[in-house]
Write a protein that binds this ligand. Sequence first.
Ligand code: 8YV
Length: 329
Amino acid sequence: MSENRLRVAVTRRIFPELIDFLRARYEVRDNQADAPLSPQALREHLRDADGVLATGGDRIDAALLEACPRLKVVSNIAVGYNNIDLDACTAYGVAATNTPDVLNEATADHAWALLLAAARRVGEAERFVRAGQWKRWEFEMLMGADLYGRTLGIVGMGRIGRAIARRAQGFAMRVLYHNRKPLPSELAGAAEYRSLEVLLAEADHVIVVVPYSPQTHHLIGARELARMKPSAVLVNIARGGVVDDAALVEALRARRLFAAGLDVFENEPALNPAFLALDNVVLTPHIASSTRATRQAMADLAIRNLEDVLAGRRPAALLNAEVWDRRRR
Ligand code: 8YV
């Protein structure tokens, strides 16, 4: 790498034209092989970088920052940032950024795709047809759960939660939500605040959208699942670990819950194998934000955040504002 140009590392494959854009401005170390980087490989990859475009699977912690003395910005191509130790970034003078807003609508669409698919048993029905098991029409065949006119519970009424709530209007659903505290009415709209316990018991179906943190670890565990209606669908598009997957497997197996739709898992991509044997769960591989336009918008924002920091401008989506005056330059 030449001495005078700033150096940018990209941890996973992104659109090639974005790499070209970066190469026109920086020395770029990319990862065309797209193999997820182990902590040691990540340290190697970032060792002499001024900035990094990271993804949710890259653990950015004090040990890594200690090994990367030039690093000035960690730009996550994700809205979630539980992979980043923000305190460590601040301590090392490294700005951390994320990609809020640009993925709200695609992610809300996917939450609904999972809710509809789990409620109407789309995955199970498709497997049935493909296996050649459809021999005749039957009155009670693959009966699903109703959504229209029912009550939807949203755990985590942030930007994505509110995009999910807007879609509920088309299904004439009453919306309940739970947050740490109630929202101002202009943000809550028609949605009604409930404690988590009451929401779980009152909602016909529940979508979980809270960020992962030690405080939300296993927010939905055996006790919470037991509060839900046996006719309910649970959707998790938040993060693995917000739902206790082992407890969910038990609830689904015992039919104490009608179905689940999951895009995220504890220890993904190695999910609990018991899910694979269950018909009443729809599984997708962490793709809620994966549309062409949304991926483009996420990468564009992440690159803008990175460029801003490297040019000395305060980025729009700075996560650790307190670092700004004490940042590495
Ligand atoms: C990403 C996500 O695809 O933005 C997030 O927080 O979970 C997804 O949109 C994933 O984190 C990869 O960076």
